[in-house]
Design a protein around this ligand. Structure first.
Ligand SMILES: [Zn+2]
Ligand SMILES: [Zn+2]
Length: 363
């Protein structure tokens, strides 16, 4: 004797019967989604930056708000009570919600699955209201109040910050700023004070971001860092500290003469914070490690502006006669200590050290 559906009375010759129901009745009796975790999908949008919050967590909107909402919706569906293996297959198209006015968007969501292997996959359509509330995120609120946790100062040691350094600093800050967009929400620069040659002050929202900017700048500028902290206020019985990272650009600049490992060298350039040196005696080039590209390892002998100028009077290798452009005194030196491509009458700059004269790059 055949089975019949206990609901509609259909026989198994008309439609397959599973667990006492025909397939049509089965899909009615056993919904895929039993319940949603909440009646509505409540999201808050920051009216200042457009980021979205769900259950107290802020999500960065990089492109479309709808991308973030879709991710939140996936998390919402994961928490729904549902038949095993049920999947969200389609969400009705919805416009990107406006972030300046509260709104409600009825969404149609379609699920697919089957709780019983004998029943083919079937779909269920559900309605869900997406509710957008308007607020201000913690970061924008703090930013608007001019809140900062740390100051990064860029200063130079006993000299002005030169134009090249100024340009490099601006570029480095720009790179760091872009990097921070997707990471730490409090990684923002609240205020930027450019004291031009005197230095730069950056007021930073997070201590962590300040530290990372300071180290990044120091590494690229062959600089050292002084860290200090002071009590700013007390909040809820807890002390709030303000930290300062002072990034000190070294006294030596490109073109200057420095002593490195007891030998005189000229600073040729800074390559991503690594100092390239030219050994005046051996005439060899060397790029130092980040660690050694630091005032602890390099002592200044002479600033480039103080290097004397000479005129080549007679080039007769292995010697050369040169005349001091100020005193007109002429001396003979070994021609290996000047560069190869010279001829009589050329003006050159020399490092005048206790153990002799060595031509330097005019950079
Ligand atoms: Zn039936
Ligand atoms: Zn915001």
């Amino acid at each position: 004797m055949g089975q019949i559906c206990c609901k509609c009375g259909k026989s198994d010759s008309e439609e397959k019967i599973v667990e006492g129901f025909c397939i049509s009745c089965y899909t009615q009796e056993f919904p895929l989604i039993i319940s949603f975790p909440e009646k509505k999908l409540n999201i808050t949008a920051c009216k200042l930056c457009g980021d979205l919050m769900y259950h107290s967590k802020w999500y960065k909107v990089l492109n479309q708000p709808s991308d973030v909402i879709r991710d939140i919706l996936d998390g919402f569906v994961k928490k729904a009570k549902k038949a095993k293996g049920t999947e969200l297959v389609l969400v009705s198209d919805f416009d990107n919600p406006p972030c300046d006015v509260a709104s409600k968007h009825p969404l149609k969501v379609i699920f697919e699955g089957s709780p019983n292997p004998e029943v083919p996959l079937y779909q269920q359509e559900m309605e869900l209201d997406l509710v957008i509330n308007i607020g201000v995120c913690e970061r924008c609120a703090k930013f608007n109040r001019g809140y900062f946790e740390s100051i990064v100062q860029v200063r130079s040691d006993r000299r002005e910050i030169n134009e090249d350094e100024q340009r490099l600093i601006s570029e480095l800050i720009k790179t760091k700023r872009e990097e921070s967009i997707s990471g730490n929400r409090m990684a923002y620069i609240a205020k930027f004070v450019d004291q031009t040659r005197g230095g730069i002050d950056l007021y930073i929202g997070s201590e962590h971001f300040a530290k990372s900017i300071a180290h990044y700048l120091a590494e690229n500028l062959a600089a050292s860092i002084d860290y200090s902290t002071k009590l700013k206020s007390v909040k809820d019985g807890k002390p709030v500290y303000l930290s300062t990272y002072c990034v000190r650009v070294p006294y030596f600049e490109v073109g200057d003469l420095v002593e490195y490992q007891n030998e005189p060298h000229q600073v040729i350039r800074f390559n991503s914070g690594r100092v390239e040196l030219f050994n005046l005696k051996t005439r060899d080039h060397k790029t130092l490690s980040h660690k050694e590209s630091h005032p602890d390892y390099l002592t200044i002998i002479k600033k480039k502006v103080n290097l004397p100028k000479f005129i080549i009077v007679a080039l007769q290798p292995p010697s050369v006669s040169i005349m001091n452009s100020v005193s007109f005194e002429t001396i003979d030196i070994d021609s290996q200590f000047i560069f190869d491509d010279h001829s009589d009458g050329d003006e050159i700059i020399m490092g005048d050290l206790p153990n002799g004269l060595f031509e330097c790059f005019d950079i």
